[in-house]
Design a protein around this ligand. Structure first.
Ligand code: NAD
Ligand code: ZN
Ligand code: ZN
Length: 391
């Protein structure tokens, strides 16, 4: 079969690789009808994540048709359409029973590698590093889904691939980011990053009746899309984020701040006054991470920082004293995708949200390597790339 494979920093290839086979009775094999490139894939593309091996199959946002099931998998039948959540989960361990699917205690087949780094294991992920199980991903014609009898979302009839594909990652990720903010009708929600995750967080915060939603980015098409979704846009290249946020909140600061950027380090920006002050206060030596520092500094005391943005390894010099004295709450993590499935499907069916609005590019798998560059560089108005192996 054809699949997009990782061969080091900025090297993705469309290769011919062996077809996946059933390895465990709970497995299923999915014939991929649509898959997408995520901002999290860019962290691998940029070579920031340890634990990748040459030839690893990329991709954790995908859906398709069940073509084979393991002998114990009675939950799925051949021909069914499913979206696969990016967090693989067993459904039986204590964490899964609590709905904490992204920290499933059983689905990571390299538990020791994760425990060495994190103190404990975390869930297995598709198309990510060997620290999260090294499971072959879904930017491919076929994929093996482990624990497929629980790790799936059945697609209701009448919905298109484009409408449901993002149920496996960015829609619940934006939703969880907003839900973790426990949004009150008096709250201003500020969202850093107008990429696909930020866009979903904006729509979610609007649906959750925030008083005001503000987005911070610098890419004009992304800011325009955010405005169309009901957000006030701040272009950090053109204006002071601190001044604008204070102006929009009568000097109080947003109650809820969402980091939908993560460790995107290829975007650097010079410090405006907020950084200079924080920098002086804590004698920072490094300019990163911008977003976390800015959120801590501008968030209203008693507020919440919600962090879907992905970080790997260490990040340095966080003004933790400011966070402590302001009494901020931090919520973060990979998304417990299936925790949110039922309510999100209902919102799609009811027409409250059509997640396909983010798609700017639809191509075949062969164009994938080129599309990684286009998405990373935000060229050609690119916001979200969907690949359909049939095209
Ligand atoms: P993306 O790279 O397309 O979007 C990031 C956006 O942030 C870009 O539009 C960029 O211009 C903007 N940006 C960069 N630096 C900024 C800054 N200093 N201030 C404000 N904006 C800035 O990626 P995406 O697909 O939207 O993903 C965003 C983040 O969410 C990534 O870190 C990704 O790994 C993470 N993610 C997490 C989960 C999860 O389960 N927690 C799931 C999916 C994605
Ligand atoms: Zn993702
Ligand atoms: Zn589990």
């Amino acid at each position: 079969m054809r699949a997009l494979t990782w061969h080091g920093k900025h090297k993705i290839q469309c290769d011919t690789v062996p077809d996946p086979i059933i390895e465990h009775p709970r497995d299923a094999i999915i014939k991929v009808s649509a898959c997408a490139i995520c901002g999290s894939d860019l962290h691998l593309f940029d070579g920031f994540m340890p634990g990748m091996k040459s030839g690893d199959i990329m991709g954790h946002e995908f859906m398709g048709e069940v073509v084979e099931t393991g002998s114990e998998n009675t939950a799925l039948s051949i021909g069914e359409r499913v979206v696969i959540p990016f967090t693989i989960f067993c459904g039986e361990c204590e964490q899964c029973k609590r709905g904490n699917f992204a920290v499933c205690e059983r689905s990571n087949r390299n538990k020791d590698a994760a425990a060495k780094l994190f103190g404990h294991t975390c869930a297995g992920l598709f198309g990510y590093t060997h620290i999260t199980g090294g499971y072959p991903g879904g930017q491919a014609e076929y994929v093996r889904v482990p624990y497929a009898d629980t790790t799936h979302i059945k697609v209701p009839e009448g919905l298109t691939d484009d409408q449901v594909l993002f149920l496996g990652d960015i829609l619940p990720t934006g939703w969880q980011a907003a839900a973790q903010c426990d949004i009150q009708p008096t709250d201003t929600v500020a969202i850093w990053g107008a990429g696909p995750v930020g866009q979903m967080a904006i729509r979610s915060a609007v649906l959750m009746n925030a008083k005001q939603v503000i987005v911070i980015d610098r890419v004009p098409e992304r800011l325009a899309m955010a405005q169309a979704g009901g957000a006030i846009a701040i272009n950090f290249d053109e204006e002071s984020v601190l001044d604008r946020l204070n102006e929009l909140t009568a000097g109080k600061g947003p109650e809820k701040c969402i980091d939908a950027v993560g460790m995107e380090s290829h975007v650097t920006r010079s410090f405006d006054s907020v950084y200079d002050r924080v920098k002086q206060a804590v004698m920072l030596e490094s300019d990163r991470p911008h977003v976390l520092r800015e959120m801590i500094y501008v968030c209203r005391p008693g507020g919440t920082l919600s962090i879907p943005g992905v970080y790997g390894g260490l990040i340095d010099k966080i003004p933790f004293g400011a966070s402590m004295n302001k009494g901020l709450t931090w919520r973060m993590g990979q998304t417990h995708v299936n925790r949110w499935t039922d309510e999100l499907i209902q919102h799609i069916v009811d027409g409250h949200i059509d997640p396909s609005f983010v798609i700017t590019h639809t191509v075949g798998l062969e164009a994938g390597p080129e599309m990684y560059k286009t998405f990373r560089e935000k060229e050609d108005g690119c916001i979200k790339v969907v690949m359909k192996p049939g095209l």
